[in-house]
Write a protein that binds this ligand. Structure first.
Ligand code: B12
Ligand code: SF4
Length: 462
């Protein structure tokens, strides 16, 4: 059978999610605009669950748009919420040509009805358990409209992902998965809507995947790897064993973990095993906002000390901050760039909190009539304000986000961040400078595009 696995993303020509059609927005560097750094894990994983004798084309829309005219008999679409309108459009266009459409992922799990006229089958929950029956039904031409995983997937025998199908357009790392889920339930996180217990894969299987490098990859793709997990460090013992197992592999790696998992011991092991960058959702420097978001594991007073453990071991920290949480005031937002610098974040990223359907955050906003009326799915990329904030006006908050981005990536702030890391070593300084130069162009272009969009639109439409 000839099929395509498509990881749906913002198509390059989509009108106004980021305003990238505007002149200023065109200056966003290609790899970042298309999120073309590292491939996601989901596409190569879904492809690995399909029969080996099928002819599979893998399309990551981060690097190229899917072609609805492509010559296939079936497509497997994976989508998050803000890409769902695009997934639905693609689904309709494939179906109009008689191509069978199967949709799965985080958003179809939350809202399968959304795809009722754009998919032949919607997969709710994890893929592994339902795939054998789905494949059989597809072969027989008799798909059911809904496939729902009745049990949690067994992660002990996942096949090696189809690394051989990844487009060479991705710039650096290849993705791996060691754990699934997260022990926490932060109110804005999709995992508070889709509750799955925290699970780990056997470490030998993870190492097996890492060693399965197709010939023809360049040295960077062999050397660098990223664990696209939600919270890799959540099980301390497992994390320690994984780090120890990685030491002899001599790789450079990065991951995501929560701040409470960072201790002198874990940071030392991370450094020793080659971890050089970590993505930590600090989310806010207002303890009030963190408390309201049920992110109790994040203690603002500990941030600086814990980030220091990582820096001491050569690990660069990238962190996202959400603007517009319920404890945020204009004074807090005004001070935020300086506070972020003060705690030592190397690469800060700022966005609005996105109220993902089904989360506690979304439900609270909806029941208090604070959501923007109409269809907000397309605006859920963190760059559009889709709800009424509590302690600041929406118009002020929109401008504040753009200004925060500009300030954090002003030459002065970038220079201070790079200089700080240079003092701890040449390589740390160099990678920090590279990341900051990229992100400066990205965040400044996003903020220019956002301001342009707000100017053209006028006051906040809610
Ligand atoms: C890689 C990644 C990205 C990549 C690409 C996204 C993508 N489409 O994969 C990048 C870096 C671009 C990205 C960006 C963002 N991301 Co992201 N990302 C991830 C990450 C780390 C891994 C995704 C992955 O491959 N998972 C592994 C697969 C196996 O899990 P899964 O997707 O749930 O798939 C299972 C099932 O859903 C199902 N399934 C999935 N697809 C399909 C398809 C078919 C056909 C079938 C049958 C089944 C099926 O089967 C799978 C296996 O059982 C996840 C965290 C995580 N570990 O999931 C966050 C995550 C998805 N991201 C998240 C967020 C918040 C974001 C941002 C909004 C952050 C921000 N504010 O900037 C941005 C997007 C905004 C923007 N830039 O415009 C959230 C939730 C997003 C959401 N809206 O639902 C997550 C869950 C992280 C978190 N815990 O907060 N992200
Ligand atoms: S710690 Fe991160 S992954 Fe876990 S629930 Fe909170 S936001 Fe989601």
């Amino acid at each position: 059978m000839r099929v395509a696995v498509i990881v749906v993303w913002r198509p390059k020509n989509f009108p106004d999610w980021t305003g990238r059609t505007g002149e200023l927005a065109k200056r966003i560097p290609g790899p970042l605009a298309g999120d073309g750094g590292a491939a996601p894990y989901v596409g190569i994983h879904i492809a690995s669950l399909l029969p080996r004798d099928w002819e599979i084309t893998l399309v990551h829309e981060m690097v190229r748009d899917a072609d609805p005219e492509m010559d296939v008999e079936a497509v497997f679409l994976s989508t998050m919420d803000f890409c769902a309108p695009r997934a639905r459009d693609l689904g309709r266009r494939f179906r109009a040509r008689g191509v069978k459409v199967i949709v799965g992922g985080l958003y179809p799990t939350l809202n399968p009805e959304y795809f009722s006229d754009s998919a032949d089958a919607v997969v709710v929950g994890e893929a592994e358990g339902v795939m054998p029956r789905l494949i059989e039904d597809l072969r027989r031409g008799d798909l059911s409209p809904r496939y729902e995983a009745s049990t949690l997937s067994d992660l002990s025998d996942l096949p090696v992902p189809r690394y051989d199908l990844v487009e060479t357009d991705f710039k650096v790392t290849m993705p791996y998965e060691a754990t699934r889920g997260c022990p926490f339930t932060c109110s804005f996180c999709v995992l508070s809507a889709i509750r799955v217990p925290y699970r780990r894969r056997p470490i030998p299987n993870v190492l097996r995947d890492i060693s399965n490098i197709p010939s023809g990859w360049d040295w960077r793709q062999r050397k660098y790897l990223i664990f696209w997990d939600n919270n890799l460090g959540a099980d301390r013992r497992y994390f320690r064993d994984l780090c120890e197992a990685l030491v002899p592999m001599k790789r450079i790696w990065g991951t995501e973990t929560s701040i409470d998992t960072v201790t002198p011991e874990s940071a030392r092991l991370m450094g020793r095993s080659g971890c050089r960058f970590v993505y930590i959702g600090l989310e806010s420097l207002s303890q009030e906002s963190l408390k309201n978001s049920n992110k109790r594991q994040n203690k603002v007073a500990e941030f600086k000390r814990r980030l220091g453990y990582l820096h001491d071991n050569g690990v660069m920290v990238m962190s996202i901050f959400l603007l517009g949480l319920d404890g945020d005031t204009p004074e807090y937002i005004e001070r935020l760039p300086e506070m972020i610098h003060e705690i030592g974040v190397d690469v800060p990223v700022i966005s609005f909190a996105a109220p993902i359907e089904g989360t506690t955050f979304y439900n609270d906003l909806r029941s208090n009539d604070r959501l923007l009326p109409g269809d907000i799915l397309g605006g859920m990329d963190g760059m559009h304000l889709v709800y009424k904030p509590l302690n600041i006006s929406p118009d002020e908050l929109e401008i504040a986000l753009m200004q925060c981005m500009r300030k954090l990536y002003s030459p002065g702030f970038v220079a201070r961040r790079v200089a700080r890391r240079l003092r701890t070593g040449f390589w740390g300084g160099l990678s920090n400078a590279t990341a900051n130069v990229f992100y400066a162009a990205f965040q400044r272009s996003l903020s220019n595009a956002g301001l342009e969009r707000i100017r053209n639109r006028g006051p906040w439409p809610g």
